[in-house]
Ligand binder design. Structure first.
Ligand SMILES: [Zn+2]
Ligand SMILES: [Zn+2]
Length: 161
């Protein structure tokens, strides 16, 4: 559960507030406005109405929280936050949100020397230049241990690099 709680913390406080306000507003509106003014509801049993007015706004509130998650998570991953938030809001049927989860970048890692958040796979820290991974001696791009050649420039790598 702690992992879930950690992910919940990614959602900005504004999204929580919006979701709660929206939920309460919709429940109140349903009971005060929609149901008394719509003939169709008069035949519904009371438990059906209660369930309907609890569950429908819940979907909207969850949608707001998901958009909030996309916004917070995109920032944490160094992705284009505004663009992804807008896509999540405006592409219908949550397709923007689904796309985000398919296309999102890996989490950033902290430089062990200065703590700057850098993209995984970088050979050097963008701020202080500390080596973060094995680097090709010729072109300095990141290489994996066990490779015999650099994938960027083709230079031969020493065994055990
Ligand atoms: Zn650094
Ligand atoms: Zn190279």
């Amino acid at each position: 559960m702690s992992r879930l709680r950690e992910e919940m913390r990614v959602i900005p406080i504004g999204a929580w507030v919006t979701a709660i306000v929206l939920y309460v507003a919709l429940v109140v509106l349903s009971w005060r406005v929609f149901i008394p003014h719509d003939e169709d509801f008069s035949s519904w049993p009371r438990w059906g109405l209660t369930l309907f007015t609890m569950v429908m706004p819940m979907f909207l509130a969850v949608y707001v929280l998901l958009v909030g998650y996309v916004a917070g998570d995109a920032r944490r991953r160094g992705m284009r936050q505004v663009m992804w938030t807008l896509l999540a809001v405006f592409i219908p049927n949550a397709i923007g949100i689904i796309l985000y989860f398919i296309l999102r970048e890996p989490l950033l890692v902290a430089c062990r020397s200065c703590g700057t958040q850098v993209r995984q796979g970088f050979a050097f820290c963008s701020k202080c230049g500390t080596a973060l991974a094995h680097a090709c001696p010729a072109c300095r791009s990141a290489v994996q241990p066990g490779w015999s050649h650099c994938t960027k420039c083709g230079a031969r790598l020493e065994a055990g690099n």
